[in-house]
Structures are given as C-alpha cells and as structure tokens.
Write a protein that binds this ligand. Structure first.
Ligand SMILES: O=C(O)C(=O)C[C@]1(C(=O)O)C=C[C@@H](O)C=C1
Length: 337
C-alpha cells in the first residue's frame, strides 16, 4: 500500500500528465461527433481549453517558456497546458531548463528542431549539459509540433525599415524572403520573436519577424504575411518535466550518445539499431562540451525505453558507446496542432 499522500505539486504533475493523453482522446471523440456548425478546429480548441481549464482549476500547473509573452514557445505551452495554466516567461532556453531543474515550475517548453532550419542549438547545448551533470531530474515527457507562420511587423511603413530583428532561428526560416524583399536591411538577432516585437515597437526603423499575435498585442502593422520560406514550416517543442511518461504503444525516445572518437564507432552504434529493428527519426552531431575532440550524438528512435525491444537495443548500445543517456520517452504526437 502506498502510504505517501501526494503533495499538491505531485498531484498537479500527475494530473497534467494524465490529462494530456485523456484530452487527446476526449477531443478526438468530440470532433468525430461534431454536431453543429462550428468548424472542427474551433471545436478542438474549445474542447482542449475547457479540459485544461478544469485541470488548472483542480491543480494549477506552472510552466516555464522562452518569453516574453506571445513567443512561439508561449503558444506551444498554452496549447499543451491551456491558457489558464500558470505560464511563466523566462529570458532564455537555458533558463527554462533551470526553472524545471530547480522545481520552480513543474514543466518547461523548449524548441528542439524546425522543419526548415533544423536543430535548435541552445536546446541541444542544454541537453548536453544535463547529460554531463547526470544527476539532473529533468526528462522529456511530451512533444508539441507547432506550425510556424512568420510575419514582418513594424510601427512604421515598409519603406522606413532599416533593421529586422528576431530570434536567429526565425530569421533563418525567412532567409530567402528577407534577401529578396529587404536586401538593404540589416538582419539582427534578438533573444526571441517576442523580444524582437517589443523592440520594433519603440525603435524607429526597426521591424520584427514573428507570429501574428505579437503584432496585435504590440499594436504593430503587419507589413508582410507568411514570409517563411517553407509554407509547411513546423517547429517541434519538447515538454520538460521531472516525471517520466508511461508507455502508450506509440512513443518516441530521445537519446544522447557518446561514442569513442575513432573510425567506425558511429557505424557500430547505428548497426545496433538496425539489428534490433528500431527506427531512427533524428540524428544530430554536437561538439563535446569543453572542446575535447569528438562529438555527442542526439538520436530519436521509435518506441519507449521500457518497451522490451528498445530496452534490449539500449543494452547492446551500452556495449559499443562510452555512455548512453535517455533524455526521455514520451507519447508521439503525429499531427501538428
Ligand atoms: O522566439 C520564439 O518565439 C520562440 O519561441 C523560439 C523559436 C525557436 O528558437 O525555434 C520557436 C519557434 C520558431 O521556430 C522560432 C523561434
């Protein structure tokens, strides 16, 4: 018998872990039986928000995200935990990890990879630090694939734009459009799309690249819409938490692998996945922290670390790698929301 009564924080964590999957099933059923004239996506949003509001009423959940408000990370956090959750903006991706590590928030949302621009370096660097520290309680317990549409916004007219600010990943996702349409403008980094919009509001000659909501909230004019180079631009966010997610039968596992810096060691590691018939959906190399020669490899594979085939694969991998860290196993979300 479990004699330990859950604390409010534990209750909040397990409620929201439960609710994310339950929401998916409940909302799918609601949409399948859509009785009225509301479009399915509107019904889906209402269903999700109502369930999240009830969950947050029972046990409010705190979630850290790269702010300020109305960044894409904010959007991903609101989609996953509801607008009624206690959504806490922080200044950087590293600070999102810190908030969860220190228990200041139960969860955090961080961008991992983008369909146009690839990996988000700050996030991989934070995971690399986490694996080095190996006592960290932080795990990936979910994912949010979010369609990303960028807009050029400013307080002044397009003819006055001399500088364009945004997060480097956002600027890179619009690289072609910016080169073609604003060849004379300086392209400058900001800590987030939301920070760029705040700057565009006050700095003459400045424009920002970011989501439409930023223009509304800051009273900026949208000078050009949907300027991303790839119309199917999607960023996948990881949900950070401290409770591992249970297997669901359709999961993904994120791994960090350190292998000997010698010929054939990557091929040996990949051969283990082939032998165990485990499919890989991501592989990224990353320089070792501290400048040692060699690389870390981030891998995503199908299945949960507790599934017998994945567990067997991880055991074999342990024999060819210097170290294998499981960053988290979590339910796969197949469709961007
Ligand atoms: O700047 C933001 O709005 C963020 O949430 C960060 C971020 C990222 O770094 O990938 C998230 C989604 C988009 O790809 C662009 C920017």
């Amino acid at each position: 018998m479990d004699s330990h009564a859950p604390t409010p924080a534990e209750l909040a964590r397990s409620l929201s872990a439960w609710a994310a999957e339950a929401d998916d099933a409940a909302v799918a059923a609601l949409v399948a039986g859509n009785p009225g004239r509301l479009p399915d996506d509107v019904l889906r949003t209402i269903g999700r928000e109502l369930l999240a509001a009830e969950r947050n009423r029972l046990a409010p959940v705190r979630v850290a995200y790269l702010g300020p408000e109305h960044s894409f990370s904010h959007r991903a956090a609101a989609l996953r935990f509801g607008e009624t959750a206690d959504l806490c903006p922080v200044a950087s991706i590293g600070a999102t990890f810190d908030a969860v590590t220190r228990g200041e928030t139960a969860f955090g949302l961080v961008p991992v990879e983008n369909s146009t621009d690839g990996r988000v370096v700050d996030t991989l660097a934070a995971f690399a630090r986490l694996a080095e520290a190996d006592s960290s309680p932080v795990v990936i317990c979910g994912e949010v694939p979010l369609p990303i549409h960028h807009h050029l916004m400013s307080a002044g007219p397009r003819s006055a734009v001399k500088r364009v600010y945004s997060k480097p990943q956002a600027l890179s996702q619009c690289r072609g459009w910016l080169a073609e349409n604003l060849p004379g403008a300086e392209i400058l980094p900001e800590s987030s799309t939301a920070a760029a919009a705040a700057r565009a509001k006050t700095e003459p000659g400045a424009a920002a690249v970011g989501g439409e909501r930023l223009a509304v909230e800051h009273g900026l004019t949208v000078l050009a819409s949907q300027i991303e180079d790839n119309p199917r631009n999607v960023t996948r966010f990881a949900v950070l938490g401290t409770e591992p997610a249970e297997p669901t039968g359709d999961d993904r596992t994120a791994l960090l692998l350190r292998i000997p810096h010698e010929p054939g060691s990557l091929a040996d590691a990949l051969a283990v996945f082939a032998r165990h018939e485990i499919n890989l959906s991501l592989i990224e190399s990353f320089p070792l922290p501290g400048g040692e020669p060699g690389y870390l490899f981030f891998l995503d594979c199908d299945g949960h670390a507790a599934d017998p085939p994945v567990a067997a694969c991880l055991r074999s991998l342990g024999r060819v790698a210097k170290s294998v860290s499981v960053l988290g196993s979590y339910p796969r979300v197949r469709e961007a929301v």
